[in-house]
Design a protein around this ligand. Structure first.
Ligand code: SAM
Length: 359
């Protein structure tokens, strides 16, 4: 997986090294955040049990696989909430790429971890910004950085502001869409509407009007899922995302717009685990990153999943940046694909599922 290590990488190593002299003292009160297995697999069994939360479902699966090969006791929590951090004395964190994601973590650590907690957050120099120090400084009195090593470093945060309260999920009313959008920190686009999503929404009237079963694939904050549930009053909408923050955000957005009974949320990699031939309509604004790396493989997995999950004749509507090589992939993996709209930045396509497609 690009951007996420298969085994221990330089970020894991510097986090472990910089936290080494605190591990034993914090045994039983260690929380690991955003690991993909590289940290957990290197912790000595004696420091457990360790609580772990990783936003990505795929990372969580890797932690589970690696933990099963060690004697360390690990409890995986799919929710970034008080349960995973209450009373923690040491928090080992692979710094998330978005400042909002870091803010939600910092607020929570400050509010519920032990008063003497030390947060050790590691990242690659090229992905670290002053903004990260500023976010941590809003919630901790002591923030400092380690020296660099293999182009990575850690930020230390200590002396939390215990009066902090969580400001997530954040909410924003969009008058033009008559929609409240709710967003946890790590959710794509926050409470704003992505420009590609906004462009796709302009074609809503042309999407399978008789659809009863709809999928929002890579749902983010659930803008497409919620707008479609409102427009197609007979439809059930399944919203799928790899990100826990996205799934919680979508559930909150559906709830805030009184559509929770029509939107079901599932955390998964693409459409793995979803039945064949289930959907009349799938909408997708696919990612073009995995972690911090540009990579189209998630998008291609999504198209292959859509081909399998659509009923024959069902429609996949996709929006993507014009420079991305998705049109041939849609034609090859899903079926006949037409460009329905194109502006300076984005292309909107409609693909019609052929019968008998293998994922
Ligand atoms: C470009 S964003 C679109 C979000 C939302 N649909 C919108 O329009 O604002 C792509 C979404 O795909 C999700 N994603 C990335 N890889 C995924 C995967 N393998 N399986 C499921 N979702 C994935 C990301 O977490 C992100 O929320």
């Amino acid at each position: 997986m690009g951007g996420m290590p298969d085994a221990q990488d330089a970020i894991d190593r510097i986090i472990l090294q910089q936290a080494a002299d605190r591990l034993t003292g914090a045994a039983g009160r260690i929380t690991v955040l955003e690991d993909a297995g590289g940290i957990v697999s290197a912790l000595p069994p004696g420091v457990g049990p360790v609580r772990v939360h990783s936003d990505s479902w795929m990372s969580e699966q890797r932690v589970a696989a690696r933990a099963s090969r060690t004697e360390l006791e690990v409890s995986l929590d799919p929710t970034l909430g008080p349960a995973v951090l209450a009373g923690a004395q040491l928090v080992l964190l692979r710094l998330p790429k978005s400042l909002a994601a870091l803010e939600e973590i910092a607020e929570l650590v400050a509010a519920v971890a032990a008063p003497d907690v030390l947060l050790v957050g590691g990242g690659r120099d090229k992905h670290m910004t002053r903004g990260m120090n500023a976010v941590l400084s809003r919630h901790f009195a002591d923030v400092s950085a380690s020296l660099g090593q293999q182009k990575c470093r850690v930020l230390f945060a200590a002396r939390p502001d215990r009066t902090a309260t969580s400001s997530y999920p954040r909410r924003e009313w969009h008058d033009d869409l008559q929609l409240t959008v709710c967003a946890h920190g790590a959710a794509f686009a926050g409470t704003s509407i992505d420009l590609g999503t906004r462009y796709l929404l302009g074609f809503l009237d042309r999407m399978a009007p008789a659809a009863r079963s709809v999928v929002d694939l890579g749902c983010g904050t659930g803008v497409l899922a919620t707008v479609l549930a409102r427009r197609l009053s007979e439809a059930q909408v399944l919203a799928v995302d790899d990100s826990a923050a996205a799934c919680r955000s979508t559930a909150a957005t559906a709830e805030a717009n009184d559509l929770a009974d029509r939107v079901t949320v599932r955390r998964a990699d693409a459409l793995h685990g979803t039945s064949d031939h289930l959907a009349d309509l799938i909408v997708c604004n696919p990612p073009f990153h995995r972690g911090t790396t540009r990579d189209s493989s998630s998008a291609f997995d999504m198209f292959a999943g859509a081909a399998r999950v659509l009923r024959p004749g069902g429609e996949l509507w996709t929006v993507f940046n014009s420079h991305l090589p998705y049109l041939p992939a849609l034609r090859r993996r899903v079926g006949p694909t037409q460009v329905i709209g194109q502006n300076r930045a984005y292309v909107v396509t409609r693909s019609v599922a052929a019968a008998d497609v293998q994922e």
